[in-house]
Unconditional design. Structure first.
Length: 190
């Protein structure tokens, strides 16, 4: 073999491998945004990060427990399977900007009394404990951020004013999260 430039087949193979690597590191193009706002819905209250106020939440659910850190307002409820779960809310200027519904993973989670509530994402009717296979095509898999190994699977759907995230492990939904867009942002970040 000579020191000449590689032949056409070898160059093409390198180009294909480079394209595959770029696609994998860049990620797939996100699906088109939903034409509806995703809400974290219970029969008592619809949590909408584009419209819900703290006053409305406290009128429906009462005063919350400060968990996991100061600034978050947390309530406890039971899932369809009977597991204890939390819904944690964050406000900016008395308007809801983040809502997370999750199964507690820490042993030191507060032992709050579960309320008679059940939360799910609407549209989609997604609840904690469901299979990730129930996700619609509007949810795109996103790479797990470095150091964020709690969930093996993270999916995002965008809508006007925010983003919805479904996170899970072993094919089961363990966290639902909504984040409002900040002025100037193109995507909401968890």
């Amino acid at each position: 073999m000579s020191d000449d430039a590689p032949d056409f087949a070898m160059r093409r193979a390198v180009e294909i491998l480079a394209e595959m690597y770029e696609r994998k590191t860049r990620g797939a193009a996100p699906p088109p945004p939903l034409d509806k706002t995703v809400v974290l819905f219970s029969e008592t209250l619809a949590l909408d990060v584009t419209a819900t106020t703290r006053e409305r939440v406290e009128r429906a659910l009462g005063v919350a427990f400060a968990y996991p850190v100061r600034g978050w307002h947390t309530y406890c409820f039971r899932t369809a399977s009977g597991a204890r779960a939390f819904v944690s809310l964050f406000y900016s200027q008395a308007t809801l900007v983040a809502a997370e519904c999750y199964l507690p993973t820490l042993e030191r989670a507060p032992s709050l009394e579960p309320r008679d509530l059940r939360f799910r994402f609407v549209p989609g009717e997604l609840e904690l404990g469901m299979h990730l296979a129930r996700l619609s095509a509007h949810y795109a898999r996103i790479p797990t951020p470095p150091g964020f190994s709690t969930y093996g699977d993270i999916f995002e759907a965008r809508f006007a004013g925010g983003s919805a995230y479904v996170m899970g492990s072993r094919g089961i939904i363990e966290r639902l999260a909504l984040y409002a867009l900040r002025p100037g942002d193109k995507t909401a970040t968890p």
